[in-house]
Design a protein around this ligand. Structure first.
Ligand SMILES: [Zn+2]
Length: 313
């Protein structure tokens, strides 16, 4: 029997874990809190203890597994080395080596969480059937991951796929989280869409259902746009135009088969993806065979799927 493997997705508040069959079947899924005290020194120990416990519960031993994969919130070098993981309190080190030692030498592989989620979507999600794709996660920020020939492309220093920080807006005066000005994230993330709506409400005289909201969220903007609110629709078109612009630039470099759109904002569905595709297609005239723009399907589980796939290769 082919051995099972473990997928681990380490986030700032919880660690999600999954036990997988080699064919991609998720057998067990569980999570533990992320203990960030003392520079996050207990996180890997907690994970190892939890993996051992779950393994025993299933009547298995560590040698029954082909390995464990891990998604980390920060840049990860190809050998698993990290310089820092701000959200976990980690400084420079090699967490995959550390976890391997805690699991009796089990094979452990790791990657950046956004890249790993992209791999998961390629394997068992919205990206099934594609070998070359770029995932864009529209959440509080805008994350991304590049998959070339079914492998993560992390780049020289791990910033490969940081689509959210492609510069698209000239003259932006507010700073982005990365320190830059005018990043895609500032206009296309959930935060960015809400901010864009506030700006337009102040500058535009048109009536809008958004004027009655005390605190505008991206969800409000998207549902108002869907209901035909002209001002909200302007905001959504602006965000999708910048997204389409950035993806068209990506197309001219990587020419992927598909873009997979995930994250909370993507709950707006094809209403959103069709607009992104409209602008992408318009802005990439040389690409005669247009990339598909499709929705992610694994939600918060994309990370554990991709982490498992890291081990399976
Ligand atoms: Zn930025």
């Amino acid at each position: 029997m082919d051995k099972r493997c473990i997928g681990i997705d380490i986030g700032g508040t919880t660690v999600k874990m999954g036990m997988f069959e080699p064919d991609g079947t998720l057998v067990e899924k569980w999570e533990i809190p992320t203990r960030k005290e003392e520079g996050g020194r207990y996180i890997l120990e907690d994970i190892a203890a939890s993996v051992r416990k779950k393994t025993a519960e299933c009547g298995l031993s560590l040698s029954d597994f082909s390995g464990a994969g891990m998604g980390l919130p920060g840049p990860v070098m190809p050998d698993g080395h990290i310089e820092f993981c701000v959200n976990l309190g980690w400084k420079a080190g090699n967490p995959q080596q550390t976890l391997s030692a805690l699991l009796d030498g089990m094979q452990v592989k790791s990657g950046n969480d956004a890249n790993v989620a992209a791999l998961g979507e390629m394997w068992q999600g919205g990206g099934r059937g594609y070998k070359n794709l770029v995932m864009v996660t529209l959440g509080t920020g805008v994350g991304g991951g590049v998959i070339l020939n079914e492998r993560i492309w992390p780049g020289m220093q791990g910033v490969g796929g940081e689509i959210g920080h492609i510069h698209v807006i000239e003259g932006e005066t507010e700073a982005c989280n990365c320190g830059g000005y005018g990043c895609l994230e500032q206009v296309a993330s959930a935060t960015g869409i809400a901010r864009e709506a506030r700006r337009l409400l102040a500058a535009d005289k048109r009536d809008s259902v958004l004027r009655s909201k005390e605190k505008i969220t991206a969800k409000d903007v998207l549902s108002a746009a869907r209901d035909g609110d002209a001002l909200a629709l302007t905001v959504v078109e602006t965000s999708c135009r910048y997204l389409g612009w950035a993806l068209a630039a990506v197309t001219m470099v990587l020419d992927p088969q598909a873009y997979i759109i995930g994250g909370g904002v993507s709950k707006a569905g094809t209403f959103l993806t069709e607009k992104i595709k409209k602008y992408h297609d318009k802005l990439s005239p040389m690409a005669t065979r247009k990339a598909d723009v499709v929705l992610a399907t694994l939600g918060n589980d994309a990370g554990i799927y991709g982490a498992a796939k890291l081990v399976l290769g």
